[in-house]
Design a protein around this ligand. Structure first.
Ligand code: NAD
Length: 478
């Protein structure tokens, strides 16, 4: 049987590379297809294609760009089933659905792609008059940077690519996208669908390992970098960007705390907290990754979560009624195994889960860990997987100090029946977003980004659109 070879998009056409690598299904180990390994020359060609297309794209009337982006949203919607199947087969999350009460899986990811395209299609960045008196008028105009390099991770491979591509294009930039090597085919399929309604050169792709991303960000003709991935890679990208003074938006790792106040109702919050921690098998930047629960509620909350955890069917997400898929890759699987094993060895209680079934695929059960403290690796490191440490606290000041003690500052949540009380605690937490009685609830109109080691800048909404533009002041003497 021949294995299908997928192509990159260069100036509107499909291109092969001399070498390729396999993309595999994490649930079965099956080879899904061959991904081209872009050469250094192809990376340079992709940037040159984006550069050549950019002036004409930026010169189009804004309404034309808006309607083309809206057409992109239509194309995503028309191809939703096929794209969702790619996400399930290549990334692992189950197909799921999009309605209330549905499992948030691959169809949810594609619905998010559509939403995060439709919303920027309707946004404007009008000229602002920042000062005016009898002597002068000062206007702030926003212009595209030019060529945007977008580098995406494997956890929400299509949605995060959309978060990067669409605002950039909407604002008049052109893009070179590099998907993760673990999830390239689905993203290439998305790029193919999108490119059909965009002029050639507006969206180009390159694929391969980190070295391909590195060649892209080091290219001096890149005007802006949009990177989502680990903090370790973010640091390398920031160093590369510094050499060319390339502005960068960095969306990096998180280790989000969830603080449950003593007045919360464990039954009422359990489902929200469950999905806040375990959506996409915990492989989400802004998942709740450590829960601090007041000692008075600890046992009740653990019991509620245990019921939910044990009720979720896990398996190949292409099968109906599956709620949880595999971990996406061997490296991540081994990390979760090591973190849980080290917690167990140090005396923590594994309430449920904690043992891989040993079947094909990177399956690991949803795992709750108690009798664990700050300083344990499972608490202090980003597990990025289905193992949740639950830590008792007595004094809210200490819980807040725990929440703030790590280098990460992406998201956080506070759970309480008293919104005023929750708000007072939320204001003390160092994070880009603090949710109250929900976790990870991103929205296309609401700016999202990290503080401290979780990154630079924000995406989404008007602020996200501004982040792919530069300012030009036009100052008129009267
Ligand atoms: P990763 O850093 O390993 O890889 C991300 C991308 O960077 C891949 O496309 C990879 O090929 C590329 N890359 C690797 N080395 C590079 C280099 N030197 N130069 C340029 N590109 C390079 O991250 P990952 O494992 O794919 O993603 C998981 C991480 O991403 C987690 O830490 C997670 O928290 C984080 N994440 C953050 C957000 C956010 O919005 N803050 C969202 C999703 C994921």
């Amino acid at each position: 049987m021949t294995i299908k070879k997928y192509q990159n998009i260069l100036n509107g056409s499909g291109v092969d590379s001399p070498h390729s690598f396999e993309s595999k299904n994490p649930a079965t180990g099956e080879t899904l297809g061959l991904v081209p390994h872009s050469t250094a020359e192809q990376v340079a060609q992709a940037v040159a294609s984006a550069r050549a297309a950019q002036p004409a794209w930026a010169a189009r009337p804004d309404d034309e760009r808006k309607s083309m982006v809206a057409r992109v949203a239509d194309m995503i919607s028309e191809n939703a089933q096929d794209l969702a199947r790619w996400v399930t087969r290549e990334q692992g999350k189950p197909l799921g659905g999009v309605g209330a009460g549905e499992i948030p899986g691959a169809l949810f990811e594609i619905a998010a792609c559509e939403a995060w395209t439709r919303v920027p299609a309707g946004l404007e960045l009008p000229i602002e008059v920042v000062f005016e008196d009898d002597t002068r008028r000062d206007e702030l105009h926003r212009t595209p940077y030019g060529v945007v390099a977008a580098i995406a991770p494997w956890n929400w491979p299509l949605m995060i690519a959309i978060w990067q591509i669409i605002p950039a294009i909407r604002a008049g930039n052109t893009v070179v996208l590099k998907p993760s090597e673990y999830t390239s085919i689905g993203t290439l399929e998305l790029a193919r669908v999108i490119s059909a309604v965009l002029p050639p050169g507006v969206l180009n792709t390159v694929t391969g390992l980190g070295a391909v991303g590195s060649a892209l960000v080091e290219n001096p003709d890149v005007d802006k970098i949009m990177f989502t991935g680990s903090t370790a890679t973010g640091i390398k990208i920031a160093a590369a960007a510094a050499r060319n003074l390339t502005p960068s938006t960095l969306e990096l790792g998180g280790n989000d705390p969830a603080i449950v106040l003593p007045d919360a109702d464990p039954h009422a919050i359990a489902m929200g907290l469950f999905w806040g921690a375990f959506i996409n098998m915990g492989q989400t930047c802004a998942c709740a990754k450590r829960v601090y629960v007041h000692e008075s509620l600890h046992d009740a909350l653990v019991a509620e979560l245990k019921v939910l955890v044990e009720a979720m069917p896990m398996g190949n997400g292409m099968e109906p009624s599956i709620a949880m898929g595999p971990i996406q890759n061997a490296m991540q699987f081994e990390k979760v195994v090591a973190l849980v094993d080290s917690a167990r060895a140090a005396g923590a209680t594994i309430v449920t889960g904690g043992q891989a079934p040993g079947t094909a695929g990177y399956f690991y059960p949803l795992t709750l860990v108690t009798d664990i403290q700050d300083g344990a690796d499972l608490v202090d490191e980003e597990q990025f997987g289905p193992a949740l440490p639950i830590i008792k606290y007595r004094d809210i000041d200490l819980a807040v100090a725990s929440a703030n003690r790590l280098g990460a500052g992406l998201g956080a949540s506070v759970w309480s029946a008293d919104t005023g009380h929750a708000m007072a605690v939320a204001k003390r937490i160092q994070a880009g977003t603090v949710w109250i009685n929900q976790h990870g609830a991103v929205h296309p109109m609401v700016p999202f980004g990290g503080v401290k080691g979780s990154g630079w800048g924000v995406e989404f909404g008007v602020d996200g659109l501004k982040s792919v533009t530069q300012t030009r002041v036009i100052s008129l003497k009267k």
